[in-house]
Design a protein around this ligand. Structure first.
Ligand SMILES: NC(=O)C1=CN([C@@H]2O[C@H](COP(=O)(O)OP(=O)(O)OC[C@H]3O[C@@H](n4cnc5c(N)ncnc54)[C@H](OP(=O)(O)O)[C@@H]3O)[C@@H](O)[C@H]2O)[C@@H](O)CC1
Ligand SMILES: Nc1ncnc2c1ncn2[C@@H]1O[C@H](COP(=O)(O)OP(=O)(O)O)[C@@H](O)[C@H]1O
Length: 487
C-alpha cells in the first residue's frame, strides 16, 4: 500500500525532520535523488556528457531543488542552463552551486534544442492556476512531447500547475514524463487529472517517514494488498461457503447489462451466482451455471446482492430495489438503483439498513444523488457522499476513488481509458458483488474490484479495441492471477 499526504501534513513532518538535520540537508537529499534520476534519463537518451538540460526555476524551494540537481548534472558534463521565473527571487545558494559547477543563468527558456527540462517552477507551495512568467514557461515546456523527439520533462516534487491536495488542474500545467517526489506521495500524484500529468512517479526517501504523523489523505493498493485480501477456497469450502452472490440487474430494454454484470460476478470468488430479473433467458444462455428467477423475492438466499445495472426505473425496478434493500446482507447499488435513491422513501430504507452498502456512481449519477457533480476535489466529494449515505462510495473515473463513511479514501491506479466503454461499469458491479459475497469487507471489496477491473481493461487493450464483453473475457485470467493457489 502506498499513501499520499496533504501538504499541511507534509509541511508538519518536514518541520519536525528539519529540526533534526543540519541546514540544507533535506534539499541536498532531494536534489541528489532528482539529479540521479535526471542523469539516468539522459544516459538512456544517448549519454550525459555534452547533453543539454534546461531548468525552469521558480522563486521557492522547488526551484532550489532544481538548481542543486542542475549543479550535480553540470559536474557530470551536462550543459545546464537555468531560467528564472522571478530573477530577483531565485534561490541564492542553488544558483551559486550551479554557477560554480559550470552552469549558467539564461534569459530565454528552450531557445535552443535540449534533451531534458527540469520543472522546478512550483511544488507543494503552488496556489491556484499558474500566473505570470510561470504560465508562459509551461507553454514552452509542453510544445514538443518527448515521444515526438522533444526533451524529456522531469517535474520536481509535483508537475507545476496542479493542486497538490486535490489533484485538480485549474489551468495550464506541466505534463511530465517523470515526477521525482520527495518524502511521500501527495494526493495530486494519485488522483484527479493531475495524476495523468505526473507521468512515472519516483519517490525519493529524504528521511521523512518516521515524522509523518497524520492519516493518509489517499491510499493506493498494490498487487500485494489485493492478493492478500482476495478470498481463496480451502479444502472445507463448498459453493455456499465460498459465497452466494445474487444480481438484480438488466431489464427487457437492457438485457445486456444483466449478462455483463453476471459475467463480472463469474470472474469473482463466490461459489454460486443467482440472478433475478427480466433477462433470465439471456443470462442462462451465456452463463448456464447461474440459478435464475424473474423476481428478487423468488431468487433464494445470498450473501450479497448487486442491484441496478440496466434495471430501469419503472414499478418493477422499484419493487426489486426495495426487496434487495430489505435483505440483511451487503448490497452493491449501481446505475439505475443509484438514480432511484433520490426518491425520499428510498432514502428512508437506506437509513434503516444495518448491512454494508456500496454505491458505484459515475459523475452523472453522483451529481443526481449528491445534488452537484464531484467537482475539483473528487476525494473530498466521495468522502462527503459516503458520510451522508453511510455507504462505501466507489466514484468511477480514470482514477476511481473508494471512500468510506469513516473517512478512509483509496485511489485506483490500474485503470486505463479503454475502460470508458458502455457496460464496463456493469462488469465492475458484478465482480464487486462476488467479492462481498465471499466475505471481503466492503472497502477492500471495492478497492480490489476496481484494481482487477483496471487490470482487465489493460489486458483487453493489449489484444485490440475493448468492449465490455472483452473485459468479461479478460477478467478470469486477472482474478486468477490475484488468487493464491487453492489450499
Ligand atoms: N520543506 C522542506 O523541507 C523541503 C522542501 N523541498 C522542496 O520545496 C518545495 C516547496 O517549496 P516552497 O515552500 O518554497 O514552495 P514552492 O513549491 O517552491 O512554491 C512557492 C513559490 O511559488 C510561487 N507560486 C505559488 N503559486 C504560484 C502560482 N500559481 N503561479 C506562480 N507562482 C506561484 C510563490 O510565489 P509568491 O506567492 O511567494 O509570490 C512562491 O514563491 C517542495 O515542493 C520541494 O520541491 C525539498 O527540498 C525537500 C525538503
Ligand atoms: N478515462 C478513463 N480511464 C480509466 N477508466 C475509465 C475512464 N473512463 C471510465 N473509466 C472506467 O470505466 C467504467 C465505466 O463505468 P460506467 O460509467 O458505469 O459505464 P456503464 O454504465 O456503461 O457500464 C468505470 O469503471 C470507470 O472507472
Amino acid at each position: 500500500m502506498r499513501a499520499a499526504y496533504r501538504v499541511a501534513d507534509v509541511r508538519s513532518a518536514e518541520a519536525a525532520l528539519l529540526a533534526t538535520v543540519p541546514p540544507g540537508a533535506l534539499m541536498a537529499r532531494a536534489a541528489a535523488g532528482l539529479a540521479r534520476r535526471c542523469g539516468q534519463l539522459l544516459s538512456e537518451r544517448g549519454g550525459r556528457y555534452g547533453s543539454r538540460a534546461v531548468l525552469l526555476v521558480g522563486p521557492g524551494d522547488n526551484g532550489g531543488d532544481a538548481l542543486f540537481a542542475g549543479a550535480e548534472l553540470a559536474r557530470q558534463g551536462v550543459r545546464v542552463s537555468a531560467v528564472a521565473v522571478v530573477p530577483d527571487r531565485i534561490h541564492a545558494g542553488g544558483l551559486a552551486a550551479l554557477r560554480s559547477a559550470g552552469g549558467r543563468l539564461a534569459d530565454e527558456a528552450l531557445s535552443a534544442p535540449c534533451d531534458l527540462v527540469v520543472d522546478g517552477i512550483v511544488g507543494i507551495g503552488g496556489v491556484g492556476p499558474l500566473l505570470g512568467r510561470a504560465l508562459a514557461l509551461v507553454g514552452a515546456v509542453t510544445a514538443v512531447p518527448a515521444s515526438a523527439g522533444g526533451p524529456v520533462v522531469v517535474a520536481v516534487d509535483l508537475p507545476s500547475g496542479v493542486s497538490a491536495d486535490t489533484g485538480d488542474v485549474p489551468g495550464p500545467a506541466v505534463r511530465a514524463d517523470v515526477t521525482v517526489t520527495f518524502g511521500c506521495l501527495k494526493p495530486a500524484l494519485v488522483v484527479g487529472p493531475a495524476a495523468e500529468l505526473a507521468g512515472e512517479v519516483e519517490l525519493v526517501d529524504i528521511g521523512l517517514g518516521p515524522f509523518v504523523r497524520a492519516e493518509p489523505a489517499v491510499r493506493v493498493a498494490d498487487d500485494g494488498d489485493v492478493r492478500s485480501w482476495w478470498p481463496v477456497p480451502g479444502p472445507q469450502s463448498d459453493k455456499y461457503l465460498r459465497g452466494v452472490v445474487a444480481l438484480a440487474t438488466g431489464s427487457v430494454t437492457y438485457p445486456g447489462a444483466a449478462v455483463l454484470s453476471v459475467g463480472g460476478a463469474a470472474a469473482g470468488p463466490a461459489g454460486l451466482i443467482r440472478y433475478a430479473g427480466a433477462a433470465r433467458e439471456q443470462v442462462l444462455t451465456r452463463h448456464p451455471q447461474v440459478i435464475a428467477a424473474t423476481r428478487v423475492a423468488d431468487a433464494g438466499r445470498a450473501q450479497a446482492w448487486v442491484c441496478g445495472s440496466g434495471l430501469g426505473s419503472g414499478a418493477r425496478a422499484i419493487a426489486d430495489l426495495r426487496a434487495v434493500l430489505a435483505t440483511p446482507v451487503p448490497v452493491v447499488l449501481d446505475a439505475d438503483a443509484i438514480a432511484m435513491l433520490v426518491d425520499g422513501a428510498m432514502a428512508e430504507l437506506l437509513r434503516a439498513r444495518r448491512a454494508p452498502l456500496v454505491l458505484t456512481p459515475h459523475d452523472g449519477e453522483f451529481a443526481r444523488l449528491a445534488g452537484a457533480p464531484p467537482g475539483a476535489d473528487r476525494v473530498g466529494a466521495a468522502l462527503r457522499l459516503a458520510a451522508w449515505t453511510n455507504a462505501v462510495v466507489l466514484l468511477k473515473g480514470s482514477r476511481t476513488i473508494v471512500a468510506s463513511p469513516d473517512g478512509q479514501a483509496w485511489a485506483n491506479a490500474t485503470g486505463c481509458a479503454a475502460l470508458a466503454t458502455a457496460g464496463a461499469g456493469d462488469v465492475l458491479a458484478g465482480l464487486l458483488g462476488s467479492l462481498l459475497a465471499a466475505g471481503l469487507p466492503p472497502v477492500r471489496a471495492a478497492v480490489a474490484a476496481a484494481y482487477a477491473h483496471g487490470l482487465a481493461g489493460r489486458a483487453a487493450a493489449r489484444v485490440g479495441a475493448v468492449t465490455a464483453t472483452d473485459l468479461v473475457t479478460a477478467l478470469p485470467t486477472v482474478t486468477g492471477s490475484l488468487t493464491a493457489p487453492c489450499r
